[in-house]
Design a protein around this ligand. Structure first.
Ligand SMILES: Nc1ncnc2c1ncn2[C@@H]1O[C@H](COP(=O)(O)OP(=O)(O)OP(=O)(O)O)[C@@H](O)[C@H]1O
Length: 427
């Protein structure tokens, strides 16, 4: 499938819907995403004009939410005012709730919303360098997002959720974030760990709040947004005899309700006019959706996408990964063929293992293991660390570390200590 066609999807609707700011080199160089933090024009590969300034009037004719915000009547403001056992501000003051989620409740209302959004949205500073996105993957994610943003123009039922599933370490989360970066989307990303809490009801509420925070990104910032929940089956799935907790039930209920009513989301118990939001696409990643409550993943609510990179995808992605080491494509093909059936994650780990010997050498240079604490943690007071020289990568070194990773994998499979330790459980 030609990648350029995947980028043309939103343009079919261009008279009605402004295309998302596809601000990377991808449009020129299919599937290659160049990520840089530098703001210098030479280093900045983004050539498109900056996104429009925040517009206060985006939805104000249709929704009273904005007006409520400016009156200080917003839900986050109310959270700071109201005292009940679900009060995030109280929890934050008492040190119960991480202030990552609590936002700042002492400032003006706009600060509150802004701080909250700043803390929950994900920036991509860690994505440096060139990356390759598999065209089918890119196509699927872009189409889902665009379909949801123009849902009001299409006379079809569009699932709010896209569930990307498949084997471990195949790049589901990583590539989705690359796509967000390519589209200039400011996503709100949650992990399975946030779907459980010792306080009943909190995770369900958190999901609804995050969904609305994403809607605020669209409304106040004029940027596209998306809610992403990584490894959802690790938080919601039922394995063997595990029970569904009250929180699991509430989370499933909240997600089903979002899928059915994507533009009306209540945070509290009473419906208010300000509960109307923008429709925000949701993306789940996971390994096995069959462990999830079936009505949540039914076709009208969730579009499912099984992701398994083929050999060509793997070669292209790994080639880009190793490009800075000067490894030519033929050698990448050799490495990939030497270790077939491995996840993408393996080829990253393989490269990182080749650093081990150089790191040992560097430890010797700084005075051995006894000095490590002083040198690494208090180095500013003492002296500068010696320069670390990365190893010169060769195919032989990469193959060697590949074999050692393979050996570790086999050892785990053959030893199966868990079987030994849990012998009694089978009786
Ligand atoms: N397109 C890519 N370019 C470079 N590296 C990639 C790419 N895709 C995946 N990787 C590497 O593979 C690793 C694993 O990817 P990721 O965490 O997205 O897998 P996953 O499928 O979500 O795994 P899991 O199901 O176990 O959560 C990443 O940390 C990254 O190093």
């Amino acid at each position: 499938m030609a990648l350029s066609s995947s980028f043309q999807i939103p343009l079919h609707f261009s008279p009605l819907f402004p295309p998302p700011p596809l601000t990377t080199t991808s449009a020129r160089k299919p599937s290659l995403l160049r990520c840089s933090n530098s703001s210098s024009p030479e280093n900045d590969s983004r050539t498109d004009p900056p996104p429009p300034p925040p517009s206060k009037k985006v939805l104000s004719d249709q929704s009273s939410w904005e007006a409520k915000d400016s009156e200080g009547n917003d839900y986050l403001y109310r959270l700071g005012k109201e005292a009940d056992n679900m009060n995030i501000a109280v929890g934050a003051r008492a040190g119960v709730i991480d202030d990552l989620f609590a936002g700042k409740f002492l400032g003006r209302d706009s600060d509150i919303v802004f701080d909250y959004r700043q803390k929950v949205t994900r920036s991509f500073e860690y994505l440096q360098g060139d990356y390759y996105i598999a065209p089918i993957f890119l196509d699927k994610v872009v189409t889902h997002i665009v379909k949801n943003y123009i849902a009001h123009l299409l006379d079809i039922k569009i699932p709010l959720i896209l569930g990307i599933w498949g084997g471990k370490g195949q790049g589901k989360s990583f590539q989705t974030e690359l796509v967000f970066q390519a589209m200039g989307i400011e996503p709100i990303i949650m992990s399975a760990g946030e779907l459980e809490s010792e306080r009943a009801g909190e995770p369900g509420r958190l999901i609804r709040e995050r969904y609305r925070a994403a809607s605020q990104v669209v409304q106040n910032q004029g940027k596209m947004s998306c809610l992403m929940i990584n490894d959802i089956d690790a938080g919601l799935g039922r394995f063997g005899n595990t029970q569904m907790t009250v929180n699991n039930q509430i989370v499933v209920g909240s997600l089903m309700n979002l899928a059915d009513n994507p533009t009306r989301v209540s945070i509290g118990q009473d419906w208010r006019e300000s509960d109307f939001t923008n429709r925000i696409p949701i993306i789940f990643t996971g390994n096995d959706f069959s462990t999830i409550y079936a009505p949540l993943i039914r076709d009208g609510r969730m579009e499912k996408f099984y992701w398994q990179p083929n050999r060509e995808d793997i070669v292209n992605i790994v080639h880009r990964m190793y490009e800075k080491d000067g490894i030519p494509k033929d050698d990448v093909v050799r490495i990939v063929d030497e270790f077939p059936n491995q996840a993408l994650d393996f080829y990253g780990a393989l490269r990182s293992r080749t650093y081990d010997r150089s790191i040992s050498k560097w430890i010797d240079e700084i005075g051995g293991v006894e000095k490590l604490g002083d040198k690494l943690l208090r180095r500013k007071k003492i002296e500068k660390l010696p320069v670390f020289t990365p190893p010169k990568q060769t195919v032989e070194a990469l193959l060697e570390s590949g074999y050692s990773l393979l050996k570790e994998q086999q050892l785990i499979m053959e030893t199966r200590l868990s079987k030994e330790y849990m012998k009694n459980m089978d009786d």
